[in-house]
Every structure is written in C-alpha cells, then in structure tokens.
Ligand binder design. Structure first.
Ligand SMILES: [Fe+2]
Ligand SMILES: [Fe+2]
Length: 203
C-alpha cells in the first residue's frame, strides 16, 4: 500500500514527477493544472487511507503493471487509471458552491472529450463507479429490483466494453482498504449472464 502523504495546500505534490508517462497523451494530461489539482485532492477516509487521489492513481497503475496485459489493454487501462478520479475535486467544489451533483466520472469525461477520441474509453471513464454503485444499491440499501435493472442496463449497453470495464474495476478495487466484495459480486453476475471476463489473472 502506498504510504499516506502529509500535505497541505501550500505544499503540493508534483505527481507528474512521480508518474512516468508511457506516451504523449499521458505526458500532456499529467502536465495540466486540472490534473495537478485533482491529484492533490483528498483526505484519508474509508477505502482511501492514502488520502490523495494521486496516490490512489499510483496504486492503480501498480496493479496494472503487475498483470501481464498486452500493449493495447495496458495503454487503455493506464489512461483510465490516470483520468477516472481526477475530477473528484470538481465534484466536491461544485456541491460546496450549491451546484447540482455531477459524478466525477461524468466531469472527467466532459473534460477529456477534448483529448481522448476513443468513445469506448470515455464511456468507461464516465461510468467507472456504476458497478460499485449498483453493488451498494443491492447489498447496502437493499433496493434489489432497482439494482438489477441498473445492472442489466450496464451490461447490455453496447457502448460499454465490458471486458475492459471489468479489468479496470479490479485494478481500481484492489487499492487502499476497499472492500473486495463488489468486484467478486460483479464478476459472478457477469458469469451468470454468460459473459466471460478474465477474473483469475495471475500476477
Ligand atoms: Fe471514482
Ligand atoms: Fe479509483
């Protein structure tokens, strides 16, 4: 697990020095002020004892590195890792200022449309927390019918690359002190529907 950083607003971490870009797009994104700001957002909390989004991103990147993915999947997963939670700061700021709640995945997608042309990746960025939200709806809030409807909508959505989505969900879930149950549950639900995804990857 990444060591939690003790930081304050006057002493921010330059994550562009801690994350080695794999290509020009990663280099460009990591140099943007929005990413600097986004990576420096967050305090230790359940699921995220590391606090800062940037430290979480580094953990996800390490997970991606640990599996032997082919080059294209590796590149896609890295882009998802670097971008998916970066706009939590904006979700929080908007709410603080009385604006309507927009999930950070949607905010990330809207920002990234200027940089990323692959609709498949934009869709996963936008909906990366949907499987977790559905798990919560089913298991914590006991809204099983609503959860089932949302799960059907997610897995049946032709815009979703479900194999890539599931790989990313695992790399994102095996971080901090997050519960692992949502990922296991999601894979089981996919298998019940005859959707085969890689769930027993060796490191
Ligand atoms: Fe997220
Ligand atoms: Fe995440």
């Amino acid at each position: 697990m990444t060591r939690p950083a003790k930081l304050n607003a006057s002493r921010q971490t330059d994550f562009s020095k801690l994350i080695d870009p794999e290509d020009d797009l990663e280099r460009q994104l990591l140099s943007l002020p929005e990413f600097h700001r986004g990576f420096n957002w967050g305090k230790p909390r359940f699921g995220h004892p590391e606090g800062l989004v940037g430290l979480h991103v580094i953990e996800v990147l390490k997970n991606i590195q640990a599996f032997d993915f082919d080059k294209e999947i590796f590149r896609d997963l890295r882009l998802l890792a670097i971008t998916h939670d970066t706009f939590k700061y904006l979700e929080f700021e908007r709410m603080k200022n009385g604006a309507s709640k927009l999930h950070h995945g949607l905010l990330a997608r809207q920002f990234l449309e200027a940089y990323v042309k692959d609709e498949r990746l934009l869709t996963i960025i936008e909906r990366h927390d949907e499987a977790y939200h559905i798990w919560r709806l089913h298991h914590l809030r006991k809204k099983t019918e609503l959860a089932a409807a949302r799960l059907e909508a997610l897995v049946a959505d032709p815009a979703i690359d479900i194999a890539l989505y599931t790989l990313f969900f695992r790399c994102d879930t095996e971080t901090g002190d997050k519960l692992q149950a949502p990922w296991y549950w999601f894979v089981e639900e996919l298998h019940k529907r005859g959707i085969r995804v890689e769930s027993d990857l060796a490191r």
